[in-house]
Design a protein around this ligand. Structure first.
Ligand code: IVH
Length: 682
């Protein structure tokens, strides 16, 4: 008789699994059902033991049963009110005189232009995160909030409180990853927070940051019996300091104070000026300054209207508009082949910045605006990252060009261009390849297009953090014909680099060192740095976890579509983007596989569940949205495919199912109703 030997590691692994399962079960009873079966102390003991065995265990970041973001409403324990708004100096003076009986000290913070979020901590643990919604009721977005890196799931103070703040996206991240897909960081933050399924192409909560501006403590008669008493601070500035100690990032704050009305008003106006000047160097989009009375008891005395508290005021930057003249439109080819129109305008100052170029996004936008070269145009900056041309005001006059200066102070001298409709290119401005229309975008399909090449090299270098290789150097390398593809950069010699203008020995060896440092990379890093259209870093990692090694990546074929689509967050379109992206570049990828060491990654375990190994196709009119049914199937380990074949296990057919149902019957595929599926899952 043989014996199975268990080592200490197996025992620990088994214990971790048991603990995780128990915590999941009891969290569900506690947080979702409000019917705990064990005491809090017993629950804490399970938690602490799991933490001691595996401090990174995902169960420690889970709260009860997962709730699909946006599907559950949350009643706010403390309503999330709006703020009274001001745009003029007079309104600030009025606010000061109205509050003056209660103090002259205010907390001033930037008004962050993102998406409001309320975090509910019970016994120091994050149990729920909700959007503002109507102010009375928001949506549960806990699972996405937990992906925001600076939101702690535990506080060192083990009590009950609600922490409010704004979820924002760093402008650099927005510009680098999302400027093509969302009009501004605010929309992206709101979308990423509420999205049901992580889709890196639409924004990912892990790219967001939370900045707190308020904490409210649950009164002692309502708090959890094991929680410490509610904390009381005299001033808001102290509660902000406490938040900082708890590992929460507060919105940047300063305390402003005056000795009389006049000096207080001057201090507040000083802050509005400081932020107006600092607006462009802020890492986040901000749309004004919030002033709040610092003394918390005095806030209580002032109270609130149904709409806003009387102790706070949001001073908003005035909408920045300006008019200028459209001088020309240049067309630029980017890394993915998209040909973007760039408007050249007579220099104009918008929010303290001189604008001479602004993007018109795509050919669709040019047509929508119906602008002509030589038109007087209106530019606006509302909180958007880049000022936008919003309308044409008809033909410009010579006087519209008068008194204009470049950013360096030099006088702008130019003649009014002859009025003419924009010339939409039919060929790539760089390589003359015939352009195709892809939605609202014009696209160059030539992978060796010099513009696409230099931008792809830059993207590669930035992704691998080779900051010694910048725009200038890439341009020089391409012009000198030293590189004709991305892998060519790994064939460069020190001598070749030194032959370039302004390239000293030290810089050349720095570049060589950086290149050497990236000769060995893992498949996910490789795929991410390739920068295939529509495949950002998160998707690249997800694909690499399924494809595992470089040979399999090169050998991708239509047969792989099904397993790619089965990856969490991957749909048919994205999977096809990867396949075409690779097959279009198969020579380059093969070249890379020879010149670099691309290490394999371990396969991402597919989720376990009752539907593991089974394939489903969905058709007809169903009670729940198809997407939601597909998600349920995937969450239970099943695969969802879009076509009926002999290999398909089940067809879920709703009302008015058509050809798919007929085909499934012909091929003897088992047909299920929605409730059959539910029974399988139960
Ligand atoms: S204090 C009683 N501080 O502005 C309301 N709000 O228009 C307390 N906001 O929904 C809010 N930055 O989401 C406060 N530093 C800041 C803020 C801020 C942005 C948002 C907040 C609120 C909206 C009100």
């Amino acid at each position: 008789m043989g014996w199975i030997e268990f080592g200490p590691d197996d025992v620990t692994t088994a214990r971790i699994a048991v603990l995780a399962e128990q915590i999941a079960h009891h969290s569900h009873l506690y947080y979702n059902e409000a019917a705990p079966e064990i005491s809090d102390a017993e629950f804490d003991a399970l938690w602490d033991e799991l933490k001691s065995l595996d401090s990174e265990h995902p169960q420690l970041r889970r709260v009860g049963a997962p709730v699909s973001p946006g599907s559950v409403k949350v009643e706010h324990r403390f309503p999330m009110r709006s703020l009274d708004k001001a745009t003029s100096d007079d309104e600030i003076a009025h606010f000061v005189s109205e509050t003056t009986a209660h103090g002259r000290r205010f907390v001033a913070q930037p008004k962050l232009d993102g998406s409001a979020l309320s975090l509910e901590y019970r016994r120091g643990r994050l149990v729920r995160a909700a959007t503002r919604g109507s102010g009375e009721r928001g949506e549960d977005v806990t699972s996405n909030a937990l992906r925001i890196p600076n939101i702690p799931d535990c506080l060192s103070w083990k009590g009950d409180c609600h922490i409010r703040g704004e979820v924002v996206m760093h402008l650099d991240v927005f510009r680098e990853k999302y400027a093509d897909i969302a009009p501004n960081p605010r929309n992206l933050a709101a979308g990423s927070l509420r999205q049901k399924k992580i889709d890196a192409g639409k924004g990912d909560a892990s790219d967001l940051a939370f900045h707190a501006y308020d904490v409210l403590f649950i009164p002692n008669d309502e708090k959890h019996p094991d929680s410490p008493d509610a904390l009381h601070f005299e001033n808001d500035s102290e509660s902000i300091e406490w938040l900082r100690e708890m590992g929460i990032t507060p919105a940047e704050e300063v305390v402003v104070e005056g000795t009389d009305d006049e000096s207080t008003i001057a201090a507040l106006l000083g802050e509005t000026k400081r932020w107006t000047q600092g607006r462009d160097s802020a890492a986040w989009e901000i749309d004004g300054v919030v002033f709040k009375l610092d003394h918390l008891e005095k806030r209580e005395l002032l109270g609130q209207t149904a709409h806003h508290p009387r102790w706070a005021l949001a001073w908003k930057f005035p909408p920045e508009e300006a008019t200028t003249v459209l001088l020309d439109i240049d067309w630029q080819t980017g890394r993915t082949g998209a040909v973007t129109p760039v408007a050249r305008v007579a220099p104009v100052v918008v929010s303290g910045v001189t604008v001479e170029n602004t993007t018109l996004h795509n050919v669709g936008e040019v047509e929508r605006l119906g602008i002509s070269i030589g038109d007087k145009v209106r530019l606006v900056r509302r909180g958007d990252v880049i000022p936008k041309i919003i309308e044409s005001m008809g033909a410009a006059n010579t006087s519209d060009l008068e008194g204009r200066f470049h950013a360096d102070g030099e006088q702008f001298v130019n003649e009014l261009p002859t009025r003419a409709p924009p010339q939409i290119p039919t060929e790539c401005p760089e390589c003359d390849t015939k352009l195709g229309l892809d939605g609202a975008f014009l696209r160059c399909s030539n992978l060796s297009c010099p513009a696409r090449l230099s931008r792809s090299i830059l993207y590669w270098c930035r992704a691998l953090e080779m900051d010694g290789i910048g725009e200038k150097l890439v341009e020089q390398l391409c012009e000198a014909n030293l590189v004709n593809s991305i892998p060519d950069i790994y064939r460069l010699t020190t001598e070749q680099l030194q032959s370039l203008d302004r390239m000293a020995e030290k810089s050349a060896s720095n570049v060589m060192n950086q290149l050497d440092g990236t000769r060995k990379i893992s498949l996910d890093t490789f795929l991410s740095a390739l920068g295939l259209p529509g495949i950002g870093p998160e998707l690249a990692t997800a694909f690499a976890g399924e494809i595992c090694n470089i040979d399999a990546l090169i050998g991708l074929s239509d047969d792989d579509l099904e397993r790619l689509v089965a990856i969490e967050g991957v749909g048919d379109t994205v999977a096809r983007s990867l396949m075409t992206g690779i097959s279009d570049r198969v020579e380059m990828v093969t070249d890379f596989s020879e010149i670099l060491t691309i290490t394999s990654v371990t396969k991402t375990e597919s989720p376990a569940g009752p539907l593991i190994g089974l394939s489903f196709c969905i058709t007809g009119t169903l009670n729940r949205p198809r997407k939601e049914i597909a998600l349920t199937i995937k969450a239970a380990g099943g695969k969802v495919v879009s076509t009926v074949s002999g290999k398909l296990d089940y067809l879920i057919a709703g009302e008015n199912a058509g050809s798919k149902l007929d085909k499934a019957k012909r091929l003897d595929v088992i047909i299920l109703t929605e409730s059959d599926l539910k029974s399988m899952l139960d």
